[in-house]
Design a protein around this ligand. Structure first.
Ligand code: ACO
Length: 367
C-alpha cells in the first residue's frame, strides 16, 4: 500500500524551487536539481517521526508531491488528520502510525525484543525496552532497522544529542566506522561547500579527525563531486608550533596514508584555502594550488558549528543538514526548529542516502 501510494502527477516544483534558490544566491548551482532528479528515480519509504508538527507535515506533503519519498507519518492519528484538514494538506495516501496505540502492541513487543538484544548489557531491561518503543524516535529507528522503512528523519522538537542517541543505540555504525560525525552542505555563490564535523564530536583526536575527513569525503563523492579538502586551523603548514595545529597536520597525514589519491592539505587558515594568489605565492608546494576547495574540516565542534552558522546567517548561504555520517542505515536528525525548506532538503538527503545504502547492501548480499 505504501509503495503504490504516490500519484503520477507531473511535478516541477522541485525544479522551480532549485531555480529560485539559484537566482537568489546568484549562482547556477545545479546540485539540488540533480539530487531531486536522483531521488525521484527511486523514491524510498521515509518515516517522519514528528508528523504532528505542522512543519513536518508540510515537508511530508512536499516530499510526496514531488515524488521524492513515500512518507510514513508517526504520531497521534487524530491530531495529524485534524492538522492536515486545517491546513489543506492531502495525506490520504500516507500511512499514519501511532506507536503508543494498542494496535501496535505486537510491533512494540517485536521491536522491544530486538532492542533488548542490543542493549541488555547496557543497562536496559526487557520491560523498559518494550516501553521505550512508545517513543517515536526509537520506533522510527526500529522501523528502519527492521526493514519496515528505508529511512527516518526526526529531532525537530528535541535536543540534538537526545535525538542522536536512539540512532546510535538502534542502528549503530557502518562497518569500520568508529565514530559518527555531522556535516552541513552550504549552497554558496561559489558552489556547494561541505563542512564537517559541525554537529557531533567535541574534541576529536588526530585519528578521529582523519576518520571524520574520510567520512566527509565519501559523502561528497556520493553527490558525484570530487572532494578537495582543506584541514582548517589558525596556523598554516607549521607556522604555529602548538598542539592544536599539530593535531590537524597529523590528521592530514593519516588521511593521506589511508587514501593517497585524496586531494587534501593543511593545517591551514580558511582565507588561504580560498585565496589562490596567497597560496601560490607563499605555499607553492600545497596540493590545493589550482584546486577549488569544496570541503572544510574543522579542528573541533565549536569551530565547525560556529562557522556554518555564521556562513548561514551572515554569509547568506543556504544550509542543508545536518547530514549524519557513518551510521549503518539512513537516520537523519534535524536541528531543533528547522524550517519547512530545511526539513524537505533533509528528506531529499535521507532518500539519496537510502538509495546508496540499499545499493551497498545489495552488493554485499551478492558477494
Ligand atoms: N559516534 C558513535 N558513537 C558514539 C559517538 C560518536 N561520535 N559518541 C558517543 N557514542 C556512543 C558511545 O560509544 C555510547 O555507546 P554505548 O551506549 O553503546 O556504549 C553512546 O554513544 C553514548 O555514549 P556517551 O559517552 O554517553 O555519549 P554522549 O551521551 O555524550 O552522547 C553525543 C553522544 C550525543 C553524540 C555527544 O557526542 C554530543 O552530545 N555531541 C554534541 C552534540 C551537540 O550539542 N551538537 C551541536 C549542536 S547540534 C546542531 O547544530 C544541529
Amino acid at each position: 500500500a505504501i509503495e503504490s501510494g504516490v500519484a503520477q502527477k507531473t511535478i516541477t516544483d522541485w525544479e522551480t524551487y532549485a531555480i529560485e534558490l539559484d537566482k537568489r544566491l546568484g549562482l547556477d548551482n545545479q546540485l539540488m536539481r540533480v539530487l531531486g532528479a536522483k531521488a525521484r528515480r527511486n523514491p524510498k519509504r521515509l518515516v517522519f517521526a514528528e508528523a504532528d508538527n505542522i512543519k513536518i507535515l508540510k515537508s511530508a506533503q512536499i516530499a510526496y508531491d514531488e515524488r521524492i519519498a513515500y512518507p510514513i507519518l508517526l504520531g497521534d492519528e487524530k491530531t495529524i488528520r485534524q492538522m492536515a484538514l486545517d491546513n489543506s494538506i492531502d495525506i490520504d495516501d500516507m500511512p499514519i502510525i501511532d506507536p503508543r496505540n494498542d494496535e501496535y502492541e505486537e510491533k512494540r513487543k517485536q521491536f522491544g525484543e530486538l532492542f533488548f538484544k542490543k542493549r541488555q548489557r547496557k543497562g536496559v531491561n526487557q520491560y523498559e525496552a518494550t516501553k521505550m518503543m512508545k517513543d517515536r524516535t526509537y520506533f522510527g529507528c526500529m522501523m528502519v532497522e527492521n526493514g519496515d522503512a528505508d529511512a527516518v528523519i526526526s529531532g525537530l522538537t528535541r535536543n540534538y544529542a537526545d535525538a542522536i542517541r536512539p540512532a546510535l543505540q538502534v542502528i549503530g555504525m557502518e562497518e569500520g566506522v568508529k565514530k559518527i560525525a555531522g556535516m552541513y552542505m552550504l549552497l554558496t555563490k561559489r558552489g556547494p561547500l561541505f563542512l564537517a564535523d559541525t554537529t557531533v564530536n567535541l574534541n576529536p583526536t588526530a585519528e578521529e579527525l582523519a576518520d571524520i575527513t574520510l567520512l566527509a569525503a565519501k559523502e561528497v563523492r556520493s553527490f558525484n563531486l570530487v572532494p578537495r579538502i582543506a584541514m582548517l586551523s589558525y596556523s598554516n603548514f607549521g607556522s604555529s608550533d602548538t598542539p592544536e595545529a599539530k593535531l590537524v597536520a597529523r590528521a592530514k597525514d593519516i588521511v593521506k596514508e589511508k587514501d593517497p589519491t585524496i586531494i587534501i592539505d593543511g593545517e591551514m587558515q580558511p582565507n588561504i584555502a580560498f585565496n589562490q594568489e596567497i597560496l601560490r605565492d607563499n605555499y607553492p608546494f600545497s596540493e590545493l594550488v589550482d584546486q577549488e576547495v569544496n570541503t572544510l574540516i574543522f579542528p573541533n565542534l565549536a569551530a565547525g558549528n560556529i562557522a556554518y552558522n555564521l556562513m548561514k546567517e551572515i554569509g547568506g548561504a543556504d544550509a542543508v543538514g545536518p547530514i549524519l555520517l557513518g551510521l549503518k542505515k539512513p537516520v537523519h536528525v534535524l536541528q531543533l526548529g528547522s524550517s519547512v525548506r530545511s526539513i524537505t532538503n533533509m528528506a531529499l538527503i535521507a532518500v539519496i542516502d537510502a538509495q546508496l545504502k540499499c545499493q551497498n547492501a545489495g552488493q554485499e548480499a551478492a558477494k
